[in-house]
Design a binder for this molecule. Structure first.
Ligand code: ADP
Ligand code: MG
Length: 151
């Protein structure tokens, strides 16, 4: 599996990186975001929203599981933390195959419902202002996206 690491040294840099990624994405793409609380998952998603031309303020969907935003392409921001252990199909797949870009926080809790091809991103806290962002593209398409992102 290919892995690409980028270190950012401010919230601004993380947002800029996510914004660039967003310009390379297309409807139906699924991104998973992993990382401890405070790592920067929501911050990264804010950057994606910015890159999709979304002007509404993005807030964490913890209690709603999913929030939709209208942009150049819609954004489906999910926090599936509360679905841990769920075996019931709550219809997330419709979003994954929908017309928007899905960004899933705590995706490990819904592993079985995720599409095969996806972009897994892990954010690691390094120090107060620095984070290591690890991209693991699954499938040819996402490998191409990351190759472009790294240029
Ligand atoms: P999570 O959603 O993973 O719990 P948040 O995005 O809500 O995390 O919070 C990340 C926090 O870390 C924010 O307060 C942000 O300002 C701060 N931060 C500091 N440095 C960075 C960085 N390089 N990248 C992203 N966030 C950073
Ligand atoms: Mg969050």
């Amino acid at each position: 599996m290919n892995m690409y690491k980028v270190e950012t040294s401010s919230e601004k840099e993380t947002i800029a990186l996510a914004e660039k990624l967003a310009t390379l994405l297309k409807p139906g793409d699924v991104i998973t975001l992993e990382g401890d609380l405070g790592a920067g998952k929501t911050t990264f998603t804010k950057g994606i929203a910015k890159g999709l031309g979304i002007t509404r303020t993005l807030s964490s969907p913890t209690f709603t599981i999913i929030k939709e935003y209208e942009g150049r392409v819609p954004l489906y921001h999910m926090d599936v933390y509360r679905l841990e252990g769920t075996e019931e199909d709550i219809g997330l797949e419709e979003y994954f195959h929908g017309n928007g870009i899905s960004v899933v926080e705590w995706a490990q809790f819904i592993e079985d419902f995720l599409p095969e091809n996806k972009l897994n991103i892990t954010i690691k806290y390094k120090d107060e202002m620095s984070r290591v962002i690890i991209f693991e593209p699954i499938g040819d398409y996402f490998n191409q996206v990351i190759t472009e992102l790294m240029q």
